[in-house]
Design a binder for this molecule. Structure first.
Ligand code: ZN
Length: 503
């Protein structure tokens, strides 16, 4: 085999993997947006076949041989090809270490767990779901031992979502957050002004909200010929390649801002995928590098842009035009205060910017204990209640609004939650760096977010998966990650919003 032949084999392999991913992704998107309820059976059959085709295509000795050959001829490869080999080798080492039957059994387990979780949540029946958590954690611990026998299993899964992330980094990170956020919450409760947000919960016809979504995507400079929007239960973004990205939202007639922030958040994910370099198309590098970096992009648009006064001033004339009866008598500043109202609550996805990370911290503490065996699965509801009381000061009335609220565990995603908090904190530091080049408020005031999007494209998007998250972050910010930027940002913002004494 010549190097040239090996490279064209590598290219073809990646194109085939992309095609399978495209097909399964499209089937998934259809299943959670427009597919009728009775269509799951055939889809399950197809997904099963496609997923074993994917396994067989990739996790076979020919791939190993090809990657080994290319590593031996590294000097003859371009930077991008070298990186493709690195990323695929890591992927190969992970996938091939798990016996195929165990891999398939795990897919079956989480499939079942997801439908059991749905039902358990509806019926507030934690004991029905508990055995699945137990089995999933046991399997993940076993898989972690296949990947890296000498590493703590939970660290192995953290690393899977955010390469390099460990419990010791996170313990320190969350301690810093807690130190700032908990006292701030107390001060807001005791000394803060009252903020009225009742007008956000009027009646907002869905047809008008759809128009509003179109307007928001236009302001965000999202190219609609390459990015569609659909409706679903739990909003998400999916990309097939940089020229075909889809976002989803959920409309609530009695709540204007729920979908508004879903569109802005998912729009942030979409911009990242739309802005990757052309040269990465159909390769394993044609996607955002990690959950944490991805979340930094969505949370940047959602919080730092979307919840800023400059952004409210820009969009508010349109908001009033669409909802004259509901918001005609409310001015932009009142709207700005209302969307930033902070109040400890039970549900993570409805949490405000200040309390959000504490919700993540509850899940992180519990996941750590599950993996170390320090908590029994059946004790989780009590543990959840205790932590929610300690961090947020709220009482959890039932498991539905407690330990059963998120879908992640049923899908086998342990170690995923921390990337939400890490990404949120990354966003504050990226903002600090961006401000050295741009005046963010004047960019927003100019009428759309093109200038900001261009900056992000240049510093983050275009690289796709060319660099590991910590390297990309350093390239972008010129320094290592420091949560201080985030805690300073929160302190400054909420001191002002709640008119707290700055002493
Ligand atoms: Zn997100």
């Amino acid at each position: 085999m010549t190097v040239k032949e090996a490279i064209s084999e590598l290219t073809l392999l990646q194109k085939k993997m992309h095609a399978l991913g495209h097909a399964t992704g499209m089937i998934y998107l259809d299943s959670v947006t427009t597919a009728p309820v009775g269509t799951a059976e055939g889809r399950g059959e197809t997904m099963g076949i496609l997923s074993s085709m994917g396994y067989e295509l990739f996790a076979n000795p020919a791939t190993e041989k090809l990657l080994k050959f290319l590593r031996e001829h590294e000097d003859e490869l371009t930077e991008q090809q070298k990186r493709e080999v690195v990323v695929l080798t890591r992927e190969y080492e992970r996938t091939s270490k798990i016996p195929q039957d165990e891999y398939v059994a795990f897919r079956v387990l989480v499939n079942e767990a997801q439908s059991v979780w749905h039902k358990a949540k509806d019926q507030d029946d934690f004991p029905a779901f508990a055995p699945y958590i137990e089995k999933i954690v046991a399997t993940l611990k076993k898989f972690a031992a296949y990947y890296k026998p000498d590493e703590e299993p939970y660290n192995v899964w953290l690393d899977q979502y955010e390469r390099g992330l460990t419990m010791s980094t996170l313990d320190e990170f969350f301690a810093v957050l807690k130190e700032t956020i908990v006292p701030l919450i107390h001060r807001i409760k005791n000394e803060g002004r009252q903020i009225d947000d009742s007008f956000l919960h009027g009646h907002f016809p869905i047809e008008k909200q759809r128009e509003f979504s179109d307007y928001l995507m236009e302001v965000m400079a999202i190219d609609r010929s390459h990015c569609g929007i659909g409706e679903t239960e739990h909003p998400f973004t999916i990309d097939f390649n940089k020229r075909d990205v889809r976002i989803t939202t959920k409309y609530h007639e009695d709540n204007l801002v729920s979908s508004m922030f879903s569109v802005i958040h998912e729009g942030g994910h979409a911009l990242y995928e739309l802005g990757k370099g052309d040269e990465l198309m159909y390769t394993c590098l044609d996607s955002g590098i990690s959950m944490g970096i991805h979340e930094s992009q969505s949370r940047f648009f959602e919080n730092i842009v979307g919840r800023s006064e400059a952004f409210v001033n820009l969009i508010y004339p349109k908001v009033q035009e669409l909802f004259p009866e509901q918001l005609g008598n409310i001015d932009a500043h009142q709207f700005y205060l209302a969307i930033n109202k902070s109040e400890p609550s039970l549900i993570r996805i409805d949490a405000d910017e200040l309390t959000y990370c504490l919700h993540v911290m509850v899940r992180y503490e519990i996941e750590k204990m599950l993996f170390s065996g320090d908590v029994d699965v059946y004790e989780l509801p009590d543990m959840w209640g205790r932590l929610m009381k300690e961090y947020l000061g709220v009482d959890v009335p039932n498991d539905k609004s407690g330990v059963l609220q998120d879908s992640h565990w049923s899908g086998g995603s342990f170690g995923y939650f921390p990337s939400y908090a890490i990404g949120t904190a990354y966003a504050a530091q990226i903002t600090h760096r961006m401000e050295q080049d741009l005046n963010i408020d004047s960019e927003i005031a100019s009428g759309n977010l093109k200038g900001i999007v261009n900056w992000l494209e240049e510093h983050i998007y275009k690289y796709g998966s060319m660099y590991d998250p910590a390297d990309l972050f350093f390239r972008c910010c010129g320094e290592k990650f420091d949560p201080k930027y985030f805690t300073d940002y929160l302190t400054k913002k909420f001191t002002k919003i709640y008119d707290l004494n700055q002493g």
